[in-house]
Ligand binder design. Structure first.
Ligand code: BGC
Length: 767
């Protein structure tokens, strides 16, 4: 762990500059607005270790696959949302010496991410090698109300001497990805130019021809008064800059406001990008900094009205959940159906910004309940549109008859993951996609979605499962060979309990969905049957036989489901007996040692129990929780949230709380020693679940919201809001009472602790 940030309810605060934390802070203080995002790199030069990252949603590069041993079926490329033009840059020169925090002495450094209003501020005093001290204040935001705009206000004040200061704002397309497979440069210049107070740069990706234009316009002032135009301008390959120089007296402030417009060919005709940049910058200039900031803050206020979670009495817990909600909201807004949620969002290169099962298994509930059901539907439509490619993907692996295997990692529906034990074997992702359809329909009641989109996906997934099971003569059962469950610290196992369980559930739910659509919309059903050559009688009959005869490993002695066949052959050591110096094991142990150990990377059996909770009695949940929690190292960010929810369910509130902190503050406190690579955006939605479904005990049963709340002892109260169908419901839980407020929509029947309740405007329940 690395705990260097101050606890604060609405802000992330770093005091003092420690170069060792520079990369971590670049991740933690990231900004985004759904359309673009960036790591918190400094505006001025920084010559020490830094991961520069500025990303544009949906603009990616198919980086040619690089593997040691090629396997048939591997994809040709890995899709990456790539680092693009650095538009925040402002070089600062003080009497011929460049400001660089890696070189000068830094004092009074404070960096604040204001989550309520969505901006990043930084201030410090730097002593240059010449002995001149300067005070610098910088503030920037990526507009939530005009998603193509970013604005920076940067000021410098010499403190102990007059100085000649040059501010040099620039746009620089000479950027690379650290994780590029062949050190390729991904961008080439299309055009560039200078204007009276700025310039523009249009670049295009070497492959796929995405074009992105960045334009800047700057206002400069000295001691509060605007000063004349640029003193010098410069253009070189993939780069434009302007120089603003002035003699600045000691104590006077020299400042620049840099407005930047970012337009990509995803949202504009290529030959109109230049005009679109100009248009957007004209509007930005006419509104001015204060108005743009106000519009941005208002947009954030709208987001918080529906999504905020309050925790009274525990600042660390409060900060954690707000940080998670903030990052999720700036990663994906649900406005563009071509986009999805990369595991690291806009905060790092790992995972390439592509789509994983994380979206369906973790993110969907958060966006559905806080950003609205339309957003959830949008996420499902994204996969629906990839169905054909998922069928082709399965065909490549030898499956037939319209069976679909959705990719482990994708940008456009094509698989781009390339480790056989995951690409070909971590097939439980198909289950998460089917479960998301079920979850959305149970929550939103949108059966029209099922008929028009969902059912085709479900049938294709079920066809895959039906072919993926094998009948074992020796067991007299259907088995699933050669799979990797969510716990990636086991590969190529037989009969992974989670995978087989979710596969059977898919077969069962698809059957129910078929009957529902057939009843409600027979003509649509007939269309589906014809278009995919669906043989209802024989296919459903096969699914039934498999479900009734599946082999699910179970340990009679311990009364637990076995993660996979043979799990008990491993030496059984508990996490509590591991030397702290050996953790995280993925950074300390060989892969071979990890595979042979009993340690679990992330919830696997417990993931299944979480999804299908109603099928298990409380004793079963308890046994499995105790057995698996004590063997889980939680080295996947997706793990502790599920354990926290189950701990709350079985009444282990203290444990639920410490698991909650582990998910909520995973990045803020760097539990897994990897925050420098970027934030764990998708698991942040799991943090939200651990409050709403864990402590809030929220579930949907028979079209009704139910709550079984509990509260950690250190909290005075907590509250959350959810959109449920036409209603906006606020739930506040304290030790003695639960308050449910119906903020919008007709009166609603809910249940609290099994007690039916009709919520009109405000209902108070005493415990
Ligand atoms: C996890 C996967 C997850 C991926 C992206 C991996 O470490 O094991 O389950 O999909 O990260 O978040």
């Amino acid at each position: 762990m690395n705990q260097y940030l101050k606890h604060d309810e609405w802000s992330i605060v770093e005091e003092g500059f420690n170069p060792k934390n520079a990369r971590a802070s670049e991740s933690l203080f990231s900004l985004g607005n759904g359309s673009m995002g960036q790591r918190a790199n400094f505006e001025e030069k920084y010559s020490d270790s830094s991961l520069q990252g500025s990303y544009i949603a949906g603009v990616y590069y198919p980086d040619k696959t690089r593997v040691g041993w090629w396997k048939n079926g591997y994809p040709e490329y890995f899709a990456k949302v790539i680092n693009s033009t650095n538009w925040i840059g402002i070089n600062v020169v003080v009497d011929n010496e460049q400001l660089d925090l890696a070189v000068c002495k830094v004092d009074s450094f404070v960096r604040v991410l204001n989550m309520k209003e969505g901006y990043l501020e930084r201030s410090f005093v730097a002593e240059m090698q010449s002995g001149i001290k300067v005070k610098v204040c910088a503030k920037r935001f990526l507009s939530m109300s005009s998603p193509e705009l970013g604005v920076i206000q940067y000021s410098i004040t010499p403190l102990n001497s007059n100085a000649k200061i040059t501010l040099q704002p620039y746009l620089d397309g000479n950027v690379i990805n650290e994780d590029s497979n062949y050190n390729e440069k991904f961008w080439v210049e299309v055009s560039k130019g200078l204007t009276s107070n700025g310039g523009y740069l249009i670049t295009k990706t070497n492959k796929l021809d995405f074009e992105v234009g960045h334009g800047m316009v700057c206002n400069v002032s000295l001691d509060g008064k605007s000063i004349a135009n640029v003193t010098n301008q410069d253009q070189s390959s993939n780069h434009v800059s302007c120089n603003y120089s002035s003699d600045v007296s000691s104590g006077k402030e020299f400042s620049i406001t840099k407005y930047v417009a970012v337009i990509s060919s995803l949202n504009s005709e290529k030959d109109n990008i230049r005009n679109a940049i100009q248009h957007s910058l004209d509007i930005a200039l006419s509104k001015g900094y204060s108005t743009l900031l106000k519009e941005h803050i208002d947009a954030w206020a709208d987001i918080w009205v529906h999504s905020d979670i309050t925790v009274e009495g525990d600042v660390a817990a409060q900060q954690g959940i707000r940080f998670n909600i903030f990052q999720l909201s700036q990663t994906y807004t649900g406005k563009d159906e071509r986009l999805n949620i990369g595991p690291k969002g806009f905060t790092g290169e790992k995972y390439g910004g592509s789509t994983y099962w994380d979206t369906e298994a973790y993110c969907l509930p958060f966006y559905m309940c806080t950003h609205g059901q339309k957003v959830a539907r949008q996420l499902l439509i994204y996969r629906y549109k990839h169905l054909e490619k998922a069928i082709i993907n399965a065909q490549k692996l030898g499956f037939t008859n319209g069976a679909a295997l959705f990719p482990m990692v994708t940008m456009n529906g094509e698989e781009c993951h390339n480790e056989w034990e995951i690409t070909f074997e971590e097939i439980h992702r198909n289950g998460a996609i089917a479960f998301a359809i079920f979850n959305y329909i149970r929550y939103a009641g949108d059966t029209e979605y099922l008929a028009n989109f969902g059912l085709e996906v479900l049938i294709a997934i079920s066809r895959f499962w039906a072919q993926r099971f094998t009948y074992s003569e020796s067991k007299g059962k259907y088995v699933m060979l050669g799979v990797t469950g969510p716990n990636e610290y086991e590969n190529n196992v037989n009969n992974n309990w989670y995978t087989s369980t979710i596969a059977c559930w898919c077969l069962e739910y698809t059957e129910q969905a078929i009957y529902l659509v057939k009843k409600n919309d027979p003509s649509r059903y007939n269309n589906i049957v014809e278009s995919i050559y669906f043989n209802e009688t024989s296919e459903i009959a096969t699914w039934k036989v498999i479900r009734a005869n599946v082999y699910l490993p179970y340990d009679e002695k311990r009364k637990v489901f076995l993660q996979q066949e043979g799990y008990m052959d491993k030496e059984q050591i508990l996490v509590k007996d591991l030397e702290p110096s050996q953790r995280p094991i993925n950074q300390k142990w060989s892969w071979d040692r990890i595979l042979r150990s009993c340690f679990i990377k992330q919830a696997d059996v417990l993931q299944g129990i979480y999804l299908f909770e109603d099928r298990f009695d409380i004793e079963t949940i308890k046994n499995n929780f105790e057995f698996y929690e004590s063997r889980t190292v939680h080295e996947s960010s997706l793990s502790p949230c599920v354990h926290s929810i189950l701990a709350a369910k079985i009444g282990k509130i203290d444990q639920a709380y410490s698991l909650y902190l582990r998910t909520a503050r995973l990045d803020l406190d760097d539990y897994n020693k990897e925050v420098h690579e970027g934030l764990h955006i998708t698991s942040m939605a799991g943090t939200w679940m651990s409050i709403v479904e864990g402590f809030g005990g929220m579930r949907i049963q028979n079209d009704m919201l139910i709550f079984n709340p509990s509260i950690p002892k250190g909290w005075k109260s907590f509250s959350f809001k959810i959109w449920f169908r036409e209603n906006l419901i606020k739930v506040k839980v304290a030790h003695e009472e639960i308050i449910i407020i119906n903020e919008q929509g007709p009166s609603l029947d809910v249940k609290v602790w099994d007690k039916p309740l009709c919520v009109n405007s405000s209902s108070l329940i005493k415990i």
